[in-house]
Ligand binder design. Structure first.
Ligand SMILES: Cc1cc2nc3c(=O)[nH]c(=O)nc-3n(C[C@H](O)[C@H](O)[C@H](O)COP(=O)(O)O)c2cc1C
Length: 178
């Protein structure tokens, strides 16, 4: 069986100018992907349009990360995260991502928009450690315990999710360090 470790080792990196964008409907079904999206997911438009965004879900991603994502965007806030994705070729690619609600002219949320850039090395390294713990907690104690771990971690470190993620991404930029 393909191990998680092998999947993580089979990694491709975004270029510094790569901007992967996609749009979804309210349920997370893909309604648009730009050229960089097509390049990294490897699926064709025909294959991904109308599919759930979980088409690129990586087994290393803990469920708590997506719970935080959906709770945040459904509360009409923007969400930041380091996400590792899996392409059709079963290659891993890490991204620094930002997801925002999209509105119609009446102020109704009509879908979601996501922009992804190359993730900093500092961010990937930190999140690998956190996600490993979350996966273990989810296996043994379930999703609520995993979300609680994140919230406790933020409190103990006197930070917020956004601050943690944005700090980690900007750390990577110091001195051109990726
Ligand atoms: C705009 C938008 C972009 C998303 N991008 C990704 C993504 O790149 N990778 C991913 O695994 N999930 C992404 N998601 C989250 C998925 O909708 C889904 O919650 C996640 O893949 C977990 O799926 P599962 O609970 O069915 O396993 C995105 C959601 C939205 C709204």
């Amino acid at each position: 069986m393909e191990s998680l470790l092998n999947l993580l080792k089979n990694e491709v990196f975004l270029n510094d100018d790569t901007l992967i964008t996609s749009k979804t409907d309210l349920k997370g079904k893909i309604t648009y992907g730009n050229l960089d999206f097509i390049k990294y997911v490897v699926y064709s438009e025909k294959e991904f349009l109308g599919k759930p965004h979980s088409i690129v879900r990586h087994p290393f991603m803990p469920r708590a990360a997506f719970k935080l994502l959906w709770d945040t965007i459904e509360a009409k806030q923007e969400f930041f995260a380091f996400v590792c994705n899996l392409s059709k070729k079963r290659q891993t690619y890490w991204v620094f991502t930002n997801v925002t609600p999209s509105y119609d002219e009446n102020g109704q949320v009509i879908g979601y928009y996501s922009v992804r850039r190359r993730a900093s090395k500092a961010g990937i390294e930190a999140m690998i450690e956190i996600y490993k713990q979350l996966l273990l907690i989810e296996k043994e104690h379930g999703l609520d315990a995993s979300v609680k771990f994140v919230l406790d971690y933020l409190e103990q470190n006197n930070t917020t999710w956004d601050k943690l993620i944005i700090d980690l991404q900007s750390q990577g930029k110091v001195g051109g360090y990726r």
